[in-house]
Ligand binder design. Structure first.
Ligand code: UTP
Length: 327
């Protein structure tokens, strides 16, 4: 089995961070989002990976080439972002027959993947949600998928498509994608993978669903911080003693980071070369070479090489006074 991971998107919702790095390489809980995804699927025995790159694709290639030398990676360039269906369509030259796992490059999904592998039926990863109209949705009858619809006004169920697909009939997937792209069939302006799956259903592919336990989006600042908390809670982080500072676990601190006279944690992820001096930082992500000094940070994302500089205050407060500082 091989995996296809599309990471060509621009990541507009994660700006300004994605001005300088592709979304897949934004740090969360100690490593890039793409690192978490690869580490989830490699234990399934996957060695062949197809990455659809586009926006800052060179950086994705350098990261994967360095950090995952044992993987056999085929890179496909998506010059124009015409939708997820288009991204997968472009991989057709790289992919042979046999089952294929498709995983979105901005979502960390936790599930019992072992029950997915080796199955003889195409499976769509789903999770029950409160607002299904915001997602692709499946309608299920007798345990089988009856229909799929992208962001429906009137959802047929509350089972959202989470961005994890196990495709058994790979040739039929490419046949459907080719018809969608070459026939210029767009929904909401894009070539949708959901539309291709719908065509597969119409052409006789039997599909089931696969319930995922955790669905952790990294596409927006608030969801990225939420995913950071979840992943650190799950792994326990790597918090070690730092002389002269206090670490409140769970945290992930790169060994090359410099931390002095500070309180770090809980739920802080600090990337390589970052510096924190005289500060209190919790529930935050500091990307590589970020510098934080004399600051109180909560719920914050600090980009690569960014500098945050606060000040200690000098006060001369009389007896029985009451002062509230900052907001
Ligand atoms: P999103 O819909 O989140 O798009 O794509 P995006 O560009 O990454 O982010 P926003 O909406 O601008 O903030 C979901 C996944 O599908 C990939 C993205 O890279 C992301 O991993 N994708 C999407 C492609 O590779 N190509 C496309 O044409 C569309």
């Amino acid at each position: 089995m091989r995996a296809i991971i599309p990471v060509a998107g621009i990541g507009t919702r994660l700006r300004p961070h994605t001005h300088t790095i592709p979304k897949a390489l934004v740090q969360v809980a100690g490593k890039p989002i793409l690192g978490h995804i690869l580490d989830e699927i490699i234990p399934l025995g996957i060695r062949d990976v197809v990455l659809v790159t586009g926006y800052m694709g060179g950086r994705v290639k350098s990261y994967v080439g360095e950090a995952y030398r044992d993987l056999n990676v085929c890179y496909v360039d998506q010059e124009e972002r015409l939708g997820l269906g288009h991204a997968i369509y472009l991989t057709r030259e790289c992919v042979e027959n046999g089952p294929t796992l498709i995983v979105l490059g901005d979502t960390v999904v936790t599930a019992d993947f072992s029950s997915l592998v080796g199955g003889e039926r195409t499976l769509i990863g789903v999770k029950e949600v409160d607002e299904p109209q915001l997602f692709g949705v499946v309608e299920v009858e007798g345990g089988m998928v009856k229909s799929l619809v992208e962001k429906p006004d009137v959802p047929p169920s509350n089972l959202a498509i989470v961005g994890l697909y196990y495709i058994v009939n790979t040739p039929l997937l490419y046949e459907a994608l080719t018809d969608i792209v070459e026939g210029d069939v767009r929904t909401k302006g894009e070539y949708q993978l959901t539309d291709a799956l719908k065509l597969m259903l119409e052409r006789g592919e039997v599909m089931g669903t696969f319930s995922v336990e955790g669905w952790h989006d990294c596409g927006r600042p608030d969801t990225l911080l939420e995913t950071n908390r979840f992943l650190l809670d799950r792994s326990g982080g790597n918090g070690s003693d730092i002389p002269g500072s206090v670490v409140v676990p769970p945290v992930s601190i790169d060994p090359s980071a410099t931390i002095e006279r500070s309180v770090i944690g809980p739920h802080v992820s600090i990337a390589a070369g970052a510096t924190i001096l005289d500060s209190v930082v919790r529930n935050s992500i500091l990307n590589a070479k970020a510098h934080v000094e004399k600051s109180l940070l909560d719920n914050s994302l600090i980009g690569e090489g960014a500098v945050v500089h606060g000040h200690f205050r000098r006060l001369n407060v009389g007896d029985s006074s009451e002062i509230e500082i900052g907001g």
